[in-house]
Design a protein. Sequence first.
Length: 399
Amino acid sequence: MYQPSEKILKKYADVLIKFALNSGTGIKKSEVVQLLVPDVAKPLLVQLHKAVLEAGGHPLARMLPTGLDKTFYDLASNEQLTFFPRKYLKARVELIDHSVGIIAEGNLHELKDTDPAKIMKAAESTKKVREWIDEKEYSGRFTWTLALYGTPAMAREARMSLEEYWKQIINACFLDRADPIAAWKKIFAEQERVKKKLNGLGIVKLHMVSKSVDLWLTLGKKRKFIGGSGRNIPSFEIFTSPDWRGTEGQIYFNQPLYRYGNLIEGVKLTFKKGRVVEATAKKGGKLLKQMIARPNADKVGEFSMTDARSSRITKFMADTLFDENIGGKYGNTHIAVGMSYKDTYDGDPKKVKKAGWRALGFNDSGEHCDIITTENRTVTAILKSGKEKVIYKDGKFVV
């Protein structure tokens, strides 16, 4: 069975530890780095552990056993589903300076017969951890990154051999280069240029149109486009969290979605006065509706665009991390229903109270689900001056 070389995994670990964390500058000496790695990705854990030590940090390695989820949801009582070890989790959040999460699936369909309501109930009970993490991140005391480790199950789902699947990972993360970190710095520099242009336009609204999409979004007060923070590797997207109240129209997503152990295909959402009033899917419609029914999951939390020229991902990977960054002919646009990103606030997030976030139209939810379209789209910005300016066309930023 194919396995990437130690040299490739060493480069991968170095990109994550010595570049992605600390927002593109790598970890500092004596910082504590949590490593959350499934057991099927142990070869990468070995290299991550080594990279943290080489950088002078303290690795806090947690190898996560795969194959336990179905048993848990089949047997767990309501009390067990909602169990929340507050002291333990709070102490862990306080201890770590950074976290690296590795996505590696042994069985993408493990939970296909599990009641999604159970999964979402368990997820809702841990929402407080996300709030603690966010608070620490927005105060500048924490960073994180996510990356993908290819497995046979994931490759099969994407209809590739394991070697082909890993080739996409290697190319996407510039691991085929002598110096992947130098390549990422160039990507970050271009993202900075695009963000500066977008944030200087004075955008009030966005209108996205394609063969199957006619969607309006209101940017909202004190908003900015962000990206290139190292939070995901790879990450080629430029995104913001619009004022959810100004979302109108409909959007069809031509890319499949894997959520809660199930496949959802052909998603179509219709928005009115900021809320999803109709949600349909060609496959997995019941799960989609259950997900949208979670508190505040019927509102937009993110709007994102990826330039086809930046991304080296050319194939469907059956994983959101890569699929939301796909390049190909027309790049991609994705929106997320659920939680907004408060770091898209053009100011100091620490100074905004809960009522202030509500007044600004930032959405608060335990859900954050990215859904993707790669249709040829045109995104037009309506500016404060009343003028219109195309900012994205034929898969490319035109700013």
